[in-house]
Design a protein around this ligand. Structure first.
Ligand SMILES: [Zn+2]
Ligand SMILES: [Zn+2]
Length: 290
């Protein structure tokens, strides 16, 4: 969900003049060799190339940050899963199931809240959050399939990063708490663990909901039984003016929120109290781009 993908920005030819930064859109996956060259270029190791563009440094830095966060988060998931299995008790199964379902529902709710906020309020011209946070959501309405051209790291780096502090805290508890203390908080840990797993996979589920060809059979099965966000379900959100079905992790809450008019009621309250109309900037901006 970045405004400019690493792959899109970083196609640079060796023959480029030192001060020139050729940033052409490229959908190809950067191979190890290309990446190595880009790294040398960015760090100024390449003979004759002294000037390094700020853009390239930023995108390489971002790429590193995403990669490191992804690895750290996956390691923490594995460690915490090991401890959850170790302290698992069959007689607690009922509460584990409830905690886990609530964890998934919370992830779905948070995905809806973040998505609704970015789609509905604020402007792409706002400093910092306008470009980094609001713009990718608005652009997604104009080019919904661009997300399918992002690789796994770019798609999931940021959402995995969000879970790291929580997973670190959980690992600390599993390694420092007594057996009784762990037993007392076990259901809560199950809730947080499922919440973290589903938050971290939100962009991936969203990406799959826009992928109409070549999905593995087991992903299609998960979509078919609505374990994760199905394509047909998410398509409802993509009908202008994009005012419903904001939850994009599993989409389970979309039915309920539509029934009780959750988002439209919130918008009504906000409009009445602040005077701001929902989606005015989005409509203006979409027209500007067209
Ligand atoms: Zn949207
Ligand atoms: Zn979408």
């Amino acid at each position: 969900m970045l405004p400019l993908s690493f792959h899109q920005c970083a196609k640079i030819s060796a023959s480029s003049p030192p001060s020139c930064h050729v940033l052409e859109p490229s959908l190809e996956v950067v191979s190890c060799k290309q990446f190595e060259f880009l790294l040398q270029f960015a760090l100024g190791f390449n003979n004759g190339i002294k000037t390094v563009t700020i853009d390239l440094r930023f995108h390489l830095g971002k790429r590193y940050q995403e990669l490191i966060c992804l690895y750290v988060a996956v390691c923490l998931f594995v460690i915490n899963f090991f401890f959850l299995i170790r302290h698992f008790r069959v007689d607690n199964l009922y509460f584990i199931a409830i905690s886990s379902i609530f964890g998934i529902l919370t992830a779905d709710f948070l995905s809806g809240l973040v998505h609704w906020s970015a789609d509905t309020w604020g402007s792409v011209d706002l400093p910092v959050i306008g470009k980094a946070f609001i713009r990718p959501f608005r652009e997604h309405h104009i080019d919904p399939t661009s997300i399918t051209r992002h690789d796994f790291i770019e798609t999931n780096g940021d959402t995995f990063a969000v879970t790291i502090p929580f997973m670190l805290h959980m690992s600390f508890k599993f390694t420092h708490f007594t057996y009784d203390q762990i037993r007392d908080t076990y259901n809560w840990e199950c809730y947080i663990f499922l919440l973290a797993v589903f938050v971290s996979m939100t962009n991936q589920f969203h990406k799959w909901s826009h992928t109409y060809f070549g999905l593995p059979w087991y992903i299609q099965l998960l979509q078919k039984y609505h374990i994760i966000l199905p394509c047909k379900h998410h398509r409802i959100h993509h009908v202008a003016p994009h005012e419903t079905y904001f939850c994009i992790t599993t989409g389970w809450l979309n039915f309920l929120f539509e029934k009780i008019r959750f988002w439209s009621s919130l918008e009504y309250i906000i409009e009445k109290t602040t005077g701001h109309k929902p989606r005015t900037d989005d409509m203006k901006w979409a027209k500007k781009i067209d």
